[in-house]
Design a protein around this ligand. Structure first.
Ligand code: BES
Ligand code: MN
Ligand code: ZN
Length: 489
């Protein structure tokens, strides 16, 4: 999909997109009275989710033009996310009408800045066009080839910048979706590392990959225990974007869960649904995507990302329930379930990023618990934090990208559930408050650094098509982490 900025002129008429709020219905800059009449006659009222289309012949022309309108809902409740969703619905309608090129009318509402809207439209356009078709014998034909985002002369600079950022974020999100959708027979730890290296070369961040022997030397024993059963050996992937070298004390540390497959190990998962555990590296994909966008946009900030990539399988060499294992931080853990593996790999990755990469702030993204899906469904990412200021930054980031977040409580009382008589910690906190106890397990390794934990088990994957995201990997976390980083500028 090609997306470009376009200085709008009323004489240059192509197939058009009209995004309209309920209040603006009467006064909207309709291309002509005829278009307004045709669309309103179909009952179009500007409500959220509504679309309507018509064909008309512009004055002085012979060939007909199509117009597709999308409702934005109530003007005072308008958000960037509503723009994305309305545009997603319009694009679906345009595909049905076999439209090849679309022009969006210049943004007129004062509630949202034209640059932000251009970014949102670009993102939604790229995300809606995404398909994972690599393994299909016959690829589905799509009609829509290009999008032009109209601007008035005074909006030009902002709109061009918005499209550029939207492109970086949309493509980074689609990169993450590709990594997650790829099956586990292909996306092994070594392949994930190679993909991070490829992204690093393409977008300009440096990537270091450590193999099993080097991980052993670092003493990341919990991480190694989890990967022990698989012939696909673990990799520690370290990505660095040092955008603010004069400020070495400030390093944002991103940690992504990179379980390329999670069978549960000896605490085996049930067969039904196990295939979805190829997406247990969605946290890793999120940080690789975020690093790509941050370094592509040359953001003036030091960001380091770490992924402890491995595979949780079943074999005679694997770890067992009841094992007491060490961690890089020196704390011992009683393995109550080999299926609570994510917190073990993350504990070592978090300790590594603080002690070896000097991270001053840590954010981890992980498909960590089924419990977060029970609590929040696939709509909202669950958050645990030790720093309310950090959570406020995350909320700002959430406003920018539309990825929903919600903080869960982390009262110290919950920590009791992670205790066991014969080791410093146990890796299961019981059935109750599973997302919270998993988060608090990680907190044991953050050494009082400001820290955010994003449980994306529900949001990383969609079981059905949405307005602008299709079934499969969503790229959750990429745009959220990018905008979170931006709050430090
Ligand atoms: N990767 C899973 C979490 C998960 C479950 C993600 C379902 C997406 C959908 C994680 O490793 C896991 O197995 N967690 C266990 C923890 C339990 C054993 C304490 C869970 O949630 O059941
Ligand atoms: Mn598991
Ligand atoms: Zn897992």
């Amino acid at each position: 999909m090609e997306i470009r900025a376009f200085e709008f002129s009323r004489d240059l008429v192509e197939d058009l997109v009209l995004l309209v709020t309920e209040e603006d219905l009467q006064d909207y800059a309709w291309p002509s009275q005829e278009v307004k009449t045709l669309l309103l006659a179909q009952g179009f009222s500007g409500k959220s989710g509504e679309t309507a289309a018509c064909v008309y012949v512009p004055a002085g022309r012979e060939t007909p033009v199509k117009a597709v309108a999308g409702g934005l809902g109530k003007g005072e409740e308008l958000t960037l996310e509503k723009v994305r969703r309305a545009f997603g619905s319009v694009l679906k309608q345009a595909e049905k009408l076999k439209i090849q090129a679309l022009t969006v009318l210049p943004w007129a509402s004062e509630r949202l800045a034209p640059g932000d809207v251009a970014r949102a439209l670009t993102e939604a356009g790229l995300l809606a066009a995404y398909r994972f078709e690599r393994y299909l014998g016959e690829k589905k034909e799509r009609s829509l080839r290009s999008l032009q985002i109209g601007y008035t002369p005074e909006q030009e600079v902002e709109v061009i910048a918005g499209i550029k950022l939207g492109q970086a974020l949309g493509e980074a999100t689609n990169l993450a979706r590709d990594l997650v959708n790829e099956p586990a027979n292909v996306m092994t730890p070594a392949r994930l590392a190679a993909e991070a290296q490829k992204a690093g070369e393409q977008y300009g961040f440096s990537v270091e990959v450590l193999d099993k022997e080097e991980i052993e030397k670092l003493g990341m024993v919990a991480f190694l225990e989890v990967g022990k059963a698989s012939v696909n050996e673990p990799r520690l992937i370290i990505m660095r974007h040092l955008g603010d070298p004069g400020n070495p004390e400030q390093v944002l540390g991103l940690v992504g869960k990179g379980m390329t497959f999670d069978s549960g190990g000896l605490s085996l998962k049930q067969a039904q649904g196990m295939h979805t555990m190829k997406y247990d590296m969605a946290g890793a994909a999120a940080v690789i995507g975020a690093m790509s966008a941050l370094s592509r946009e040359k953001v003036r900030l030091n960001v380091v990302a770490v992924v402890a990539a491995c595979e949780n399988l079943v074999s005679g060499t694997g770890y067992r329930p009841g094992d007491i294992i060490g961690t890089m931080a020196g704390k011992s853990v009683m393995v109550e379930s080999t299926d609570a593996e994510g917190r073990l790999t993350l504990a070592d990755a978090i300790h590594y990023i603080i002690t070896k990469e000097n991270a001053s702030v840590v954010v981890d993204a992980a498909t960590l618990t089924g419990a977060v899906i029970v609590a929040l469904g696939n709509i909202t990412t669950g958050v645990i934090t030790n720093d309310s200021g950090l959570y406020e930054r995350l909320q700002q980031a959430s406003q920018q990208c539309g990825e929903k977040v919600w903080q869960l409580p982390s009262f110290p009382e919950y920590k009791e559930q992670n205790k066991t008589p014969h080791a410093d910690l146990r890796n299961v906190g019981g059935r109750e408050a599973g997302t919270i106890t998993a988060g608090l397990f990680l907190e044991e390794f953050v050494q009082d650094k400001p820290w955010l934990h994003l449980d994306i088990a529900g949001t990383a994957f969609a079981s059905k098509d949405g307005d602008y995201l299709s079934e499969g990997a969503t790229g959750a976390g990429v745009r959220l982490l990018y905008h979170f980083a931006e709050t430090y500028l």
